[in-house]
Design a protein around this ligand. Structure first.
Ligand code: DAT
Ligand code: MG
Length: 143
């Protein structure tokens, strides 16, 4: 949850949508992002016209970092968040319901399992991650 999501009081709304979909939260923290962390996280976007704005934005106020686990977690989270450009995001998605401009799109979601693993490792230490199961997961995940 990016700084605009935190500032606009959407932390609970955004978490609820993913939580109610059935994914398991295994890590969560409110943090003020350093420029170093921002630059590592967004290193793939270095040199793009929006890069400097992106680093300023993500370091401008606290963010909530969350690690989600479960079947198809990457795809499910990105579906809940909606398209990168809020005006292209479907109604019913976080960005489609609550955002307008691409530079204030409320959320980040890892775009592949590989990047998801490296981003969880970037944002969390192992002792910040909890190994658990929610009750009733057999009613969400096929084995
Ligand atoms: P996503 O956040 O959906 O994974 P991305 O990885 O392509 O999208 O880009 C990272 C962020 O950079 C995105 O959330 C908002 C910003 N961004 C991407 N494309 C942009 C553009 N054309 N103009 C302005 N900001 C952009
Ligand atoms: Mg991305």
């Amino acid at each position: 949850i990016k700084p605009d999501g935190v500032q606009r009081g959407l932390i609970g709304t955004i978490i609820r949508r993913v939580e109610q979909r059935g994914l398991r939260m295994i890590g969560m923290k409110l943090i003020q992002v350093s420029r170093a962390l921002a630059e590592t996280h967004y290193s793939i976007h270095v040199g793009k016209p929006f890069y400097d704005n992106l680093i300023d934005y993500i370091t401008s106020a606290p963010v909530v970092a969350i690690a989600w686990q479960g079947n198809k977690a990457v795809g499910v989270v990105r579906q809940v968040l909606g398209a990168t450009d809020p005006t292209a995001a479907d109604p019913g998605t976080v960005r489609g319901d609550y955002a307008v401009d691409i530079g204030l799109n409320l959320t980040h979601g890892s775009d592949s399992v590989e990047n998801g693993k490296s981003e969880v490792n970037l944002w969390f230490t192992t002792d910040e991650l909890v190994d658990w199961e929610r009750v009733g997961e057999e009613w969400v995940f096929e084995t």
